[in-house]
Design a protein around this ligand. Sequence first.
Ligand SMILES: [Zn+2]
Ligand SMILES: [Zn+2]
Length: 391
Amino acid sequence: MYRDPEISDDIRQSMVAWRRDIHAHPETAFEEHRTANVVAQALTLMGLPVHRGLAVTGVVATLRNGDGPSIALRADLDALNMQELGGGNKPHISTCQGKMHGCGHDGHTAMLLGAAAHLARHKPFKGTVHFVFQPGEENEGGGRVMVDEGLFEQFPADAVYGMHNFPGMPRGQFGIRVGTMTAYLDTFEITVTGKGSHGAMPETGIDSIVVASQLVNALQTIVSRRTGATQSAVVSVTQIHGGDTWNVIPETVVLRGTVRTLDAAIQDKTEAAMRQICEGVGQTHGARVELNYMRGYPGVVNTPAETAAAVAAAASLVGEAQVHTDIPPAMGSEDFAFMLQKRPGAYIAIGAGEGDNDPPVHNPYYDFNDNILPLGAAYWVALVQQQLPAD
Ligand SMILES: [Zn+2]
Ligand SMILES: [Zn+2]
């Protein structure tokens, strides 16, 4: 077990109260107005100057203590469009139909507020800390919007750090790796245009359904035949739309899907292969095949020095043996990546599991584990103390 982090009782209680209040009132991308109010009010009560409005509902507070380096610590504010289940033992269950804090961003926000409260009270550092609360992590890229709207110009930071709870990792442990932590997320839409005809006379048309079918199979060879066995890529066609009735071969078929990779070079190669396959299959059949390849979240890529800083902070709390420094990258994605494209930094996983049956994030029975609030806040405090030493 780990040394109990030195976060005072009143801050621990505040973190639980913030977390449950935010959990009960989930808000999704760029509509986190109430949540942003809760955060801004708490930070103002701590005596910190608060900036609002980056990416609509973003909140940034700055704590300065003399001259020194400056770092940004980031939490996410948003909930998911999903229905929460399992109300009996959750007094703070979502009061908003169809919305839920199913990813623990309520807890991330509470932990960063707790760290801000501790740091504002004791100021055990020299330099500047920016507390960044970003909207719209799920799907909408609020992190990108904050960066585009000038986050790091208005709040200069030498490095930026993020954290996510992992229910699959036991409480009291941390996980991280240098390099790619989460996947590059892309989506695509392929429009196949053939020549519509009678279902009984395919020879008078160009069958878009047959072309689309061959495309689905050919796309699978990108991973199986063109990507090395030790490399990683996923190409999934998740939608096929075409045809309205029994005896008409449709003029067009639309395919949609997603691509995940762990490396920018493989991402480029996968997109190029898709273009080649679309063009080639179309040409073979005399159909027009258009590919709209849309790049989404890039990978979260941890830089070496900042990863070492994150490991040192975590190890000072739980011991080196409890900090896994080479966890496998996740095929999920995370828009903290946009901040890491602008500044060096590191994203760490904090274990939140109590047993074998903890619901995973994005599960309707999931609930952030309040038992990790003090450790999460203590991680931020340790990181600031170590990276912005007081003397
Ligand atoms: Zn999520
Ligand atoms: Zn999340």
